[in-house]
Design a protein around this ligand. Structure first.
Ligand code: NAI
Ligand code: NAD
Ligand code: ISE
Length: 342
């Protein structure tokens, strides 16, 4: 069976997901698209030679009889509305992060999904599908470095066009929030944000970099440098310090060069390239499991936990204090997936 997919939002990542489903993956076909910028939707249909209908708005895509499943890649503030409408229509929905821009919005989605009675929502946290993170998790789960004590991370973008306010946390650091609780099989209890000297390259009054400290239930301490105008490249680092050893996230594969009196390897500059394989695996697994009637990736609950943690980090940034991260019990409904965290 081919999964007939409708896409809401044909910007940077929407277009990229449409391209991969159309050209690289199997089992899915884009049959409907929409974008508030009608020109953008039209362009993607003609440039990628899609046999897809262009709709006036997201709700018409969700309602269309020939659409089996939805991908939401519009701007963050629109996600909640489209995910809730997909649940109301009983259709599986893959939503790019954030699930909603507030924790309350994510909770409304969790409540709607639980009331519906079947898991329909997957959130676009693609690092869980990344080969290097999966290798690191395997080593850790096999006990090769013992129990984790400390984790050091870095999330660096060369530039951050369009970033303002707290987006380094709400748009970038959210990936660490998701992937680290999956990696360590733990949840967070508190956070603190330390603001170092600001780079002169930060625009729009942005603080950059941030040092974000998280403490987990098991007592693991995580420090992450989030530096979104680092200039030199797109660089994601993660090191687990365990009781008996250290495990590092593998560097992306690239040719080791000896040239011009230098021994060097390339560093990516774009998240699209660094995680290109992960997005492929993520969407292929989503198509395959959706066709089987399953939902195995990051859930609405995971999206909610990220939002609660991200809100606490924003509060900690502005207060300068240590902020508790408090979550309600996870509904038993979410035990059935294979992506359990705690
Ligand atoms: P973008 O700005 O390039 O694209 C967003 C698109 O949504 C635009 O074309 C806009 O016209 C459209 N749009 C906005 N409101 C709409 C509405 N109500 N109905 C239909 N279309 C609407 O943004 P980008 O970079 O593609 O990001 C989109 C989403 O993907 C964001 O939520 C972002 O956080 C997420 N994202 C996830 C990444 C990941 O690594 N998982 C990477 C980049 C973005
Ligand atoms: P973008 O601005 O390039 O694209 C967003 C698109 O949504 C635009 O084309 C816009 O016109 C459209 N849009 C906005 N409101 C809409 C609406 N109501 N109906 C239909 N279309 C609407 O942004 P982007 O970089 O593609 O990011 C989109 C989403 O993807 C964001 O939520 C972002 O956080 C997420 N994202 C995730 C990753 C990741 O690594 N997982 C990477 C990039 C972006
Ligand atoms: C972007 O929106 C993403 O989601 C990327 O994965 C992330 O690494 C980057 O920092 C964000 O700007």
């Amino acid at each position: 069976m081919t999964l007939r997919i409708g896409v809401i939002g044909t910007g940077a990542i929407g277009r990229d997901h449409i391209r991969r489903i159309t050209n690289d993956l199997t089992g899915g076909e884009i049959v409907a698209v929409t974008d508030v910028n009608a020109e953008s939707a039209k362009n993607v249909v003609s440039e990628l030679h899609l046999n897809a209908k262009i709709y006036e708005n997201g709700h018409d895509v969700i309602k269309a009889d020939d659409v089996d499943a939805i991908i939401v890649t519009s701007w963050g503030p629109t996600h909640e509305e489209f995910v809730l409408a997909s649940i109301a229509a009983g259709k599986p929905v893959f939503c790019e992060k954030p699930l909603a821009t507030t924790a309350e919005g994510c909770k409304r989605i969790v409540d709607a999904e639980v009331a519906h009675g079947k898991q329909l929502v997957q959130v676009g946290f693609m690092r869980r599908f990344d080969k290097s993170y999966r290798q690191l998790k395997k080593i850790f789960d096999e006990g090769k470095v013992g129990e984790a004590l400390v984790v050091h991370c870095a999330h660096r973008n060369p530039t951050a066009p369009g970033f303002s306010g707290d987006m380094a946390i709400t748009d970038s650091f959210v990936h660490e929030i998701d992937v680290l609780r999956w990696l360590l099989d733990d949840d967070y209890v508190s956070c603190q944000v330390i603001l170092p000297r600001n780079t002169r390259f930060a625009e729009n009054g942005l603080q950059d970099p941030h040092m974000i400290l998280l403490e987990t239930k098991k007592g693991i301490r995580i420090d992450t440098e989030v530096f979104v105008n680092c200039k030199y490249g797109y660089d994601i680092q993660c090191q687990i310090v365990g009781e008996t050893g250290i495990a590092n996230l593998p560097e992306p594969q690239s040719v080791l060069m000896r040239s011009e009196a230098k021994l060097s390897t390339e560093i990516y500059v774009d998240w699209k390239d660094r995680f290109i394989d992960s997005y492929d695996v993520e969407l292929q697994e989503w198509i395959d499991s959706t066709v089987k009637g399953e939902m195995n990736g990051p859930s609405a609950w995971d999206g909610y936990v990220v939002a609660v943690t991200s809100d606490a980090c924003v509060e900690a940034k502005h207060s300068g204090g240590i902020v508790a991260i408090e979550l309600p019990e996870r509904p038993a409904f979410y035990d059935q997936g294979n992506n359990k965290v705690l």
